[in-house]
Design a protein around this ligand. Sequence first.
Ligand code: NDP
Ligand code: 8X3
Length: 249
Amino acid sequence: MTRTALITGATSGFGAAAARRFVAGGWRVIVTGRRADRLQALVDELGAGNAHPACFDVRDEAAMRAALAALPGDFANVDLLVNNAGLALGTLAAQNASLDDWRTMIDTNITSLVVLTQALLPTLIERKGAVINISSIAGSYPYPGGNVYGGSKAFVTQFSLGLRSDLHGTGVRVTSIEPGMAETEFTLVRTHGDQLASDKLYAGAQPMTAEDIAEQIWHVATLPAHLNINRLEIMPVTQSFAGFQVFRG
Ligand code: NDP
Ligand code: 8X3
């Protein structure tokens, strides 16, 4: 039986790569995002029988619910929710950061994720499906300027663990995937469109690719039904930990 994954944030990066991976593996995908042209291009590439575009801003709850209600027959029974849509905005210290950026991150990374998850839980429970939430190493390891982004991802990780606890006995699997540095449009978005800054960050660093993360999502989703990976933290070999900072006045 063909299974169906709903992947948010599939117009770019991890989400687009995951959509390709799942269709290559014989699944159907519902691909979401705000950029309709990119969704259509992805559907054209993957085939309309394999991919269905649902264009909405995840912060718009009414649009999200309307898109779910409008899913065509073959796509209506969602077996896997990949909560991937998300972003970081800015790297300024909290005292200088933009409150608008903070609100956008909280609304996108936290509020939208819990609303969509709750909307799909009845279907996921009925189908003994799975939820894969894309968190980040930023949720476990603080760094200067990571403030609200890191906080939002700590929420995603902890919500994932709590969800798993609540879903005990239902057969629904829940995983928090926590990637480190991966080259996507993430830094372009974080810097409000500074391509040079994005290129500089990744230059010579051998970051992970979107396909690397898509492969992890696929791996988690296709484990034998009795196994649940709770948390999966992954970094490029070139990235590791540094010490605490000490201020001497
Ligand atoms: P990209 O910027 O390449 O992709 C982000 C995706 O999220 C896009 O498809 C975008 O679609 C979607 N999105 C953002 N805001 C909204 C919104 N309001 N409504 C609908 N869709 C939205 O970044 P990545 O692929 O790297 O990021 C995917 C996830 O991975 C994010 O949650 C990010 O925090 C996380 N992550 C990224 C890491 C990295 O180093 N790249 C590391 C760890 C975690 P559109 O703009 O078309 O709406
Ligand atoms: C993205 C990883 O380290 O840039 O979530 O915050 S990091």
